[in-house]
Design a protein around this ligand. Structure first.
Ligand SMILES: Nc1nc2c(c(=O)[nH]1)N[C@H]1C(S)=C(S)[C@@H](COP(=O)(O)OP(=O)(O)OC[C@H]3O[C@@H](n4cnc5c(=O)[nH]c(N)nc54)[C@H](O)[C@@H]3O)O[C@H]1N2
Ligand SMILES: Nc1nc2c(c(=O)[nH]1)N[C@H]1C(S)=C(S)[C@@H](COP(=O)(O)OP(=O)(O)OC[C@H]3O[C@@H](n4cnc5c(=O)[nH]c(N)nc54)[C@H](O)[C@@H]3O)O[C@H]1N2
Ligand SMILES: [Mo]
Length: 823
């Protein structure tokens, strides 16, 4: 039996498979590799230290002769991310895009040439002027022929923090100023919850503050992490993280608060806290919650007074719970048959939850599943029955795992950012167009494959546009999108695909025109620290000059806007530093209104520390306390002003896949379920040593790769049944696709479940053939492109069954971490 836990094979596999020597280029304090000699080096200069930050935290970079040679976390970071060494390496990694590139067939034959050849990596280097002319001309051509509905520039995905260099906003700004584009709504993270929660609690809530960690430490008696792993998932932030979740969790540990993790895998949080671990079958949480709710009701443990005063619709939900309509009471026994946790345990949970101050902390993965809308709804219904919502340390929290939700919010001004200029889109840009201006974000493959098709979304109907050109700047669809092979087919539809990134992601490899962007370490910016904590403002100083021919997204779009006659509108005739100064000055005025005095810009910019803001009442924050105190005065944004356990609005939509109260519905496939064709569930979680696909091309791979591939965690019983051993190269497959992985055997996972992180770079043996084997381990080769329901149309990245077998025959070498073939 293996000893390693929490999804991290590193302890046993360190350097087992040596990644090529060149990968060591970015190891802390390493000498410059030979290929770097082509980078313009600054003249001899004394070593200097630069304060900056990114998704991984605030840090100081040491720069010698124009090259970043080491980084160290900011002294005040309570828990620096283990991913920081990869951040340094990402600047100089061999996967960096060095020059503007065009796919050979496209360059020679023009738009639409050999679309099946996308991904083969036959690129030609061109100069910036030629590249910008090409892009500007092509945008003009497509706009003239098809209008804005011919261009998809949603460009979903992460980007780097910074109020100015936000590639996504800059792309949209450029597109709005030059005639419009098709965008998206929703996201991949919490897409189902985002749409349903406004009907239930009147706001999206998943990105809103939870009861602060210090309150939890003081008042909570039982902390339940339900599909929720803050120790892993709070390493990064959408802005620059404050890592405030870590002292929060340490506070629970120090006080000896009882903790419980409900998760098919033993998480880092579970390990760290020594928490109780209950491992249900994946995708069965709604049934499990119903079984607990039924017990609460049957044993009169529910809080009827809370339900009466603060909720509506419990009376309509109750007949369903009791089985009065469908003949199936949702008892603990019934739930046990589905979720695989004994009925006695479920009854015990009902008693424990109701007897003591209980906080239910729910992550997002449970709603990235077929019928994912139901999970958050049912959790809130359960919490309503427990009646502790609005009490210190009780109720529920939906962002404890994300970017340090619960980290006390400081008293700080907001810092403005550059806008997307949506108000400057010409009023008639969409005249005469039937197609939608935005699609539900997870529907990209469906849109590309079905122009003109009508679809449902959140009570409306839309028509898919006919996309001729795609522009992506920030985000990696060949990582984030489910059903890779469906995307491979869909991606052949447009005539032109432009990708702007700093690394050769699979998306860049599948583009026609590739523009090299800078990392945030090659430009100046300003950002807040702490998505929820908002406790500092950081000057993100440029660390080094742009590597090779990279240009910032701001410069690229300025140059393109210039070519389309909108240069001044795009830049507002302000330089990079003019913008930053303006953002800061606006924040200063905001601070003054709060009675806080901020230093002048130059002192801020030249300071060796982020600018700190005081912690006010944030540390005492209790979610929904005001609602509990006065539900009329502080009514929720729902039609009734209360928590809606039954929604008349959803009822009117009449969707059979999203009924008007929380409901258990079988997903299209699940472990041991009625339609299961394959025997293993694949838990496609977020990686410990990456931010999705970011940093996959760095030295960090040495910490986790097995046989040079993405790890696949498997229980010893499942491995024995298949004759597999630790370190084997395995093929993971189903009807949708296939990938290689390196096997890690562990008892930290429920039998029947395997775990493969999302974000492994897609590396098909034959890019021309959909269904081709991925050599490295992109788990979205296995997932389905189906949506959660007609309500939210969100992705189902966590609904996936597959089989695992030993890979026989010669093992193909991974190629995705080398630059594609260029001329
Ligand atoms: N099966 C499965 N699939 C999933 C998930 C899952 O749990 N399971 N999770 C989903 C979730 S929650 C999410 S959020 C998505 C994540 O999907 P993405 O956000 O698409 O993933 P990232 O790897 O973060 O891609 C960001 C890209 O932006 C680039 N970038 C960063 N900064 C800049 C910049 O300044 N300029 C430019 N031009 N480019 C930049 C990076 O190099 C990188 O290629 O994946 C989703 N997919
Ligand atoms: N290190 C790191 N941190 C990240 C990210 C990253 O890429 N790397 N990405 C960030 C982003 S964009 C997002 S959206 C969040 C994602 O936050 P989440 O969606 O909450 O994170 P996941 O890692 O997908 O899953 C969290 C836990 O849910 C469990 N789980 C999976 N399926 C089920 C189920 O059916 N039932 C139950 N009970 N548990 C289940 C998994 O085993 C895992 O331990 O993380 C953020 N934080
Ligand atoms: Mo996400």
């Amino acid at each position: 039996m293996s000893k390693h836990h929490n999804g991290d094979p590193a302890s046993r596999y360190t350097r087992r498979d040596f990644i090529k020597a060149s990968m060591a280029a970015g190891l802390l304090a390493s000498p410059a590799p030979a290929w770097l000699s082509s980078v313009a080096m600054a003249a001899e200069e004394p070593s200097r230290e630069v304060l900056t930050g990114s998704h991984w935290g605030v840090f100081r970079a040491s720069v010698t002769n124009g090259r970043a040679v080491a980084i160290k976390a900011w002294e005040k970071d309570p828990r620096p991310s283990a991913q920081l060494p990869g951040v340094l390496d990402s600047i100089y990694s061999p996967t960096r895009i060095r020059y503007p590139m065009v796919r050979r067939a496209y360059l020679e034959q023009g738009p639409g040439a050999d679309p099946a050849g996308r991904g083969e990596g036959d690129f030609v280097r061109i100069g910036w002027d030629q590249a910008l002319d090409l892009v500007a001309r092509e945008l003009q051509r497509v706009r003239q022929a098809h209008g804005p509905s011919g261009i998809y520039a949603g460009s979903y995905g992460w980007r780097s923090p910074g109020k100015l260099h936000n590639c996504l906003t800059l792309l949209h700004r450029f597109m709005n100023l030059t005639g419009g584009y098709v965008g998206y709504s929703g996201d991949y993270s919490a897409g189902a919850a985002l749409v349903i929660l406004p009907y239930v609690v009147g706001s999206i809530e998943v990105y809103e503050q939870c009861t602060a960690w210090p309150v939890v430490a003081e008042h909570t008696q039982l902390m339940v992490f339900w599909g929720c792993d803050p120790m892993n998932n709070s390493q990064i932030g959408h802005v620059v993280p404050d890592h405030g979740a870590y002292p929060g969790i340490e506070g629970l540990k120090a006080r000896g608060i009882k903790t419980l993790c409900i998760d098919p895998a033993k998480t880092q949080t579970c390990e760290y806290l020594g928490a109780e671990w209950i491992a249900p079958r994946p995708q069965t949480d709604v049934a499990m919650m119903l079984g607990i709710a039924h017990t609460l009701y049957a044993e009169k443990l529910h809080d009827q007074a809370f339900l009466d005063r603060y909720t509506t619709g419990f009376d309509k939900f109750l007949p369903y719970l009791l089985g009065q309509q469908d003949g199936t009471p949702k008892t603990a026994e019934w739930a046990a048959g589905i979720c695989g946790i004994p009925a006695d345990t479920l009854r015990d949970l009902a008693r424990r939850f109701s007897r003591q101050r209980t906080m239910l902390a729910l992550g997002y993965s449970t709603q990235r599943q077929h019928h994912g809308e139901q999970v958050h709804w049912m959790l809130i219904t359960l919490a309503s029955m427990l009646g502790q919502i609005g009490l210190p340390g009780g109720g529920y929290g939906l962002s404890y795992h994300y970017a340090s939700g619960g980290s006390p919010t400081a008293d700080s001004p907001s810092v403005p950012s550059i806008g997307d200029a949506a108000d400057r889109l010409p009023a008639d840009a969409w005249k005469g167009k039937q197609a939608m201006r935005s699609i539900p974000v997870s529907r990209i493959s469906e849109m590309l494959l079905n122009p003109g098709k009508t679809y449902d979304f959140n009570g409306t109907k839309g028509i898919y546009p006919d996309i001729k050109l795609i522009y992506w700047a920030g985000g990696n669809p060949f990582s984030h999108q489910q059903d890779r092979n469906e995307l491979v087919r869909a991606w052949r539809k447009p005539e032109t695909i432009i990708v702007q990134d700093f690394q050769w992601t699979a998306s860049a490899r599948h583009a026609d025109i590739v523009l090299p962007a800078t990392t945030s370490y090659e430009r100046n910016d300003i950002e807040q620290v702490g998505d929820f904590g908002l406790n500092h403002i950081l000057a993100m100083h440029k660390v080094v000059e742009p590597v090779f021919e990279a240009r910032s997204d701001f410069d690229i779009f300025s140059a393109l806007a210039q070519r389309l006659g909108q240069g001044d509108a795009f830049t507002e005739q302000k330089s990079e530093m003019d913008w930053l100064r303006a953002f800061y000055e606006a924040a200063r005025i905001g601070a003054r209104a709060k009675g806080l005095e901020m230093p002048i810009f130059d002192s801020f910019w030249n300071s060796a520390q982020p600018l700190a803001f005081p912690l006010g009442k944030g540390k005492d924050f209790v979610s929904r306390q005001d609602f509990r105190a006065d539900p009329l005065l502080n009514a929720l944004g729902t039609p009734s002003g209360r928590i809606e356990i039954y929604s008349a609005t959803i009822e009117k939509m009449g969707y059979d896949d999203c009924p008007p109260h929380p409901t258990w519905m079988e997903p299209f496939e699940r472990l041991d379920g009625p339609t299961a064709k394959y025997p293993l569930h694949v838990d496609t979680v977020h990686p410990r040593y990456r931010l999705h696909s970011q940093l996959c091309g760095t030295v960090l791979r040495e910490k986790y790769a097995i046989a040079g591939r993405e790890p696949c965690l498997m229980h010893p019983e499942d491995a024995a049944r298949r004759g597999l051993k630790d370190g084997d190269v395995v093929r993971v497959f189903n009807d949708r696709g296939q990938m290689l992985a390196g096997l890690a055997i562990t008892d930290a996972i429920r039998p029947g479940v395997v775990r493969i992180n999302e974000g492994g770079w897609y590396d098909p043996v034959d890019p021309r053939t959909p269904g081709s084997l991925c050599r490295y381990g992109d788990v979205n080769t296995l997932t389905s492109g189906i949506s959660t329901s007609r309500l939210a149309q969100a992705n189902c990245g966590h609904s996936v069954l597959a089989q695992v077998e030993k890979f026989e025959g010669p093992i193909p070498a991974v190629q995705v971490f080398e630059s594609p073939r260029t001329h």
